[in-house]
Design a protein around this ligand. Structure first.
Ligand SMILES: Cc1cc2nc3c(=O)[nH]c(=O)nc-3n(C[C@H](O)[C@H](O)[C@H](O)COP(=O)(O)O)c2cc1C
Length: 189
């Protein structure tokens, strides 16, 4: 029974990268450089059950990258209001900034996503007024600046948690990865 929850959890994550679903966006929490929690929305780009990783893309200049480099512990949470399912993930994040590591996901991103990385303004810096919307990348292969700013964040998961708020009765369990395999435990909701 708990094994089928584990399977469903990974199915939900995998499906979220193939088409839009409630788990396509998740909230990512990091430990701020000031020690306070920081949370924001990211798009799940890749899920690899065999390696127990989930990945998203971001701007190398964004504060979350410095935060992760300082302390790689992160949490993610997503909620499907229709299914009444909350998924919480915990793990250690790695910044993939080398061209050969980030290129496979760069190649799969849509042009309007990649265009966001062209901006000369580092995310979070003060600007005089909002710029126009991102547009598209004219020269996908040639846009070296956008590619330089682009990075992949891969989170190696160590804990998964499932909360099912079905009317028939709430169910909650977590899975901890030890020696490469997942062990599940039911817990009180
Ligand atoms: C629906 C949605 C999806 C987003 N997806 C991403 C994403 O995949 N990567 C990213 O870096 N920021 C994404 N953002 C913007 C972040 O939430 C955040 O504002 C930005 O990355 C700056 O975060 P930081 O200052 O903590 O680094 C998204 C925002 C929204 C509302």
């Amino acid at each position: 029974m708990i094994a089928s929850v584990h399977q469903e959890l990974w199915q939900n994550l995998g499906a979220a990268t193939r088409s839009r679903s409630p788990f396509t966006t998740m909230q990512l929490a990091t430990i701020g450089t000031d020690g306070a929690p920081k949370v924001r929305t990211v798009v799940l780009r890749q899920v690899d059950e065999a390696r127990s990783t989930v990945s998203f893309v971001t701007d190398l200049r964004s504060p979350k990258v410095a935060e992760i480099r300082r302390d790689p512990r992160v949490s993610l949470v997503g909620y499907d209001p229709q299914g009444g399912i909350q998924i919480r993930l915990e793990g250690r994040a790695v910044i993939l900034a080398q061209p050969e590591d980030k290129k496979p996901i760069w190649d799969r991103c849509r042009s309007h996503t990649l265009a966001l990385f062209q901006t000369p303004d580092a995310p979070g810096t003060e600007i005089a007024s909002p710029r126009g919307a991102g547009g598209t990348l004219e020269h996908r292969e040639g846009n070296e600046q956008a590619f330089r700013n682009f990075c992949v964040v891969e989170v190696e998961l160590q804990r998964l948690e499932w909360l099912d708020l079905s009317p028939e009765g709430h169910q909650r369990c977590f899975f901890r990865r030890t020696a490469g395999s997942w062990v599940g435990t039911w817990i009180a909701p």
